[in-house]
Design a protein around this ligand. Structure first.
Ligand code: ADP
Ligand code: MG
Length: 439
C-alpha cells in the first residue's frame, strides 16, 4: 500500500519535494482503518498536513476502495517505545488520562504574554494555582486564533502538574452536546453524570455552540455547571464572543457565565507577534534571523494561527528552494502563500449554484433523483467538479448531493472525465463553468 502511495507522489512531485517530504515518512502501523505514520519533525508534520494529507488519503482510497484515517506521529523517543511494545504498556498506567485530552504544546511556558492577553493570562495563572477559589467560572472570549484554547489548556496542564491525580476534563461544547445526546439514546445518563460531575475541573471550549441547542442540552449544561460549582470545582469556558452576545443562550446560563470573571483576548501587537514567532522557531528548532521574523510579524497581524502558518511556509519555501532565510525570501514565500489562500477553492455549494445557473436548473434538481438527461449530465458535472476542485471526500460529496452513495459520485466523475476526453460539448461546458467558479 505504502509503495503505491509513494509511487503516486514520485510522479506528481519534483524530486526535491519528494525526497524532502515523502521519503521521510515512515509508516509504522496499519490497522485496516487507521494508518499511523512517523514523521521526523514538527515542520514535516505541519507541511504534510497542509499539503499532502488529503492526497495521501485519496490515493489510499483509490487503492483500497475504503476510507482510511491517517495519523502523523512526531518521531520522539517515547513515541517509539509505546509503538514498539503494545501490550506491555505498564508504564502508561501511571499517566493521568486527563492529559490525553490536552495538547502537550499548549502550556504556560509556550504562551507569550502581551498587551492583548495579559489580563486573561493573569487570571489563568491565578486559577491554575488555586482552582475552586476565585474567578469561577473563568470565561475567555475573543476572535479566532488568539490563544483561547491554548490558555485554557495551559490551566489544565498546570493543575495536573501540581496535582497529578486531579481529574481535568477538556471538551468542546459540541462534544458535551454529543455525549449528552448519546447518553440519552443509549440510556446511560448515569454514566454521563458521573463523567461530567465528578471532575475537579471542567474546561469547555467554544461554549458559544451551546446556544441555539435544544433546551434539554442547555438545561443539562446548567445542571452540570451547578453541580460542579456547588462543590467548589472550577469551570473554565471560552467563547468567540461575550456571553450576553451568544445567540439563543438561555438567560440563566448567561448569568452563570458572567458570575465569575470574563476577560477578553485581543489581537497581539507587533512586538508580541515577533516574540511569538521567535518562540515558535525555538520550539521547532529553527534558526531564523531576527529581521526575517520581524518581516513576517509585520505582514500578518490578525491571528496567531495564521502567523504560525506563515512561519511554516516561509521555512518550507526556503528549504525547497535552497535559499537563506532572508526577509527577501520570506517576502517571496508569503506572496505565494497568500495567493494560494486567496485562490481558496470554491465549496460544493458554490459549485452547485454555478452549475445550476449555467444550465438554468434549480440546485434541488442537482441534489434530486430525476433521471432525465438534461438534469443527469449537469448533476454529474457538478459532482465531477466537486471532486476536482474541492478537497472533499467522495462520501462527503455524495452527502451534499442529497445523500447519494459515494460510488454514484465516483461513477459520475468517471463518466464526465470520459466525456471531457471526447472533447465535445461537455468539455466546453466544464471549462466555462470552471472559469465562472474562478470569479
Ligand atoms: P483560539 O482558541 O483562540 O482560536 P488557539 O488557542 O487555538 O486560538 O491558538 C492558535 C494558535 O496560536 C495555537 O497554535 C497557539 O499555540 C498559538 N498561540 C496563541 N496565542 C499564543 C501566545 N500568546 N503565545 C504563543 N502561541 C500562541
Ligand atoms: Mg479555540
Amino acid at each position: 500500500l505504502w509503495d503505491y502511495v509513494k509511487q503516486h507522489f514520485r510522479q506528481e512531485l519534483s524530486k526535491g519535494s519528494y525526497e524532502t517530504w515523502i521519503q521521510a515518512l515512515d509508516p509504522i502501523e496499519f490497522s485496516g482503518q487507521v494508518l499511523h505514520i512517523r514523521v521526523p519533525s514538527e515542520l514535516h508534520k505541519k507541511h504534510i498536513e497542509n499539503y499532502y494529507l488529503l492526497t495521501i488519503k485519496q490515493v489510499i482510497y483509490e487503492f483500497l476502495n475504503q476510507e482510511v484515517d491517517v495519523l502523523l506521529h512526531l518521531d520522539q523517543p517515547n513515541n517509539r517505545i509505546q509503538m514498539g511494545n503494545q501490550g506491555q504498556a505498564d508504564t502508561e498506567i501511571i499517566t493521568n488520562p486527563s492529559k490525553d485530552l490536552l495538547n502537550p504544546k499548549y502550556t504556560f511556558d509556550n504562551f507569550i504574554v502581551g498587551e492583548g492577553n495579559k489580563m486573561a493570562h493573569a487570571a489563568a495563572l491565578a486559577v491554575a494555582e488555586g482552582p475552586g477559589r476565585d474567578y469561577n467560572p473563568l470565561f475567555f472570549f475573543g476572535g479566532v486564533g488568539l490563544g483561547k484554547t491554548h490558555l485554557m489548556q495551559a490551566i489544565g496542564h498546570e493543575v495536573l502538574r501540581t496535582n497529578p491525580n486531579a481529574r481535568v476534563k477538556y471538551v468542546t461544547s459540541e462534544t458535551f452536546t454529543n455525549d449528552f445526546i448519546n447518553a440519552i439514546r443509549t440510556n446511560t445518563t448515569d454514566q454521563f453524570h458521573k463523567d461530567y460531575r465528578t471532575v475537579d475541573m471542567l474546561l469547555v471550549d467554544d461554549i458559544q455552540f451551546i446556544g441555539g441547542n435544544k433546551q434539554s442540552t442547555q438545561e443539562e449544561f446548567f445542571h452540570t455547571f451547578n453541580a460542579l460549582y456547588n462543590n467548589n470545582k472550577h469551570i473554565v469556558l471560552t467563547s468567540d464572543r461575550d456571553a450576553s452576545q451568544i445567540p439563543e443562550l438561555e438567560d440563566r446560563l448567561v448569568s452563570r457565565f458572567k458570575q465569575g470573571l470574563s476577560t477578553d483576548i485581543t489581537p497581539p501587537d507587533l512586538e508580541t507577534r515577533i516574540a511569538i514567532l521567535r518562540n515558535k522557531a525555538n520550539v521547532n528548532g529553527l534558526q531564523i534571523p531576527d529581521d526575517t521574523l520581524s518581516y513576517i510579524a509585520g505582514q500578518i497581524d490578525s491571528n496567531i494561527r495564521e502567523l504560525e502558518g506563515a512561519l511554516t511556509s516561509v521555512q518550507a519555501y526556503a528549504v525547497m528552494n535552497q535559499e537563506d532565510l532572508t526577509p527577501n525570501t520570506a517576502a517571496k514565500a508569503l506572496r505565494s502563500y497568500r495567493s494560494n489562500a486567496a485562490k481558496s477553492a470554491p465549496s460544493i455549494a458554490d459549485i452547485q449554484n454555478t452549475v445550476a445557473q449555467y444550465f438554468n436548473l434549480e440546485v434541488a434538481d442537482l441534489k434530486g433523483k430525476k433521471r432525465v438527461r438534461s438534469i443527469v449530465v449537469p448533476r454529474q458535472i457538478a459532482m465531477y467538479l466537486s471532486r476536482e476542485v474541492t478537497e472533499s471526500s467522495l462520501p462527503k460529496i455524495g452527502q451534499e448531493f442529497g445523500g447519494k452513495d459515494h460510488t454514484t459520485v465516483l461513477h459520475a466523475h468517471e463518466k464526465i472525465a470520459d466525456l471531457i476526453q471526447e472533447n465535445g460539448e461537455v468539455s466546453r461546458d466544464v471549462e466555462s463553468i470552471k472559469k465562472l467558479l474562478q470569479k
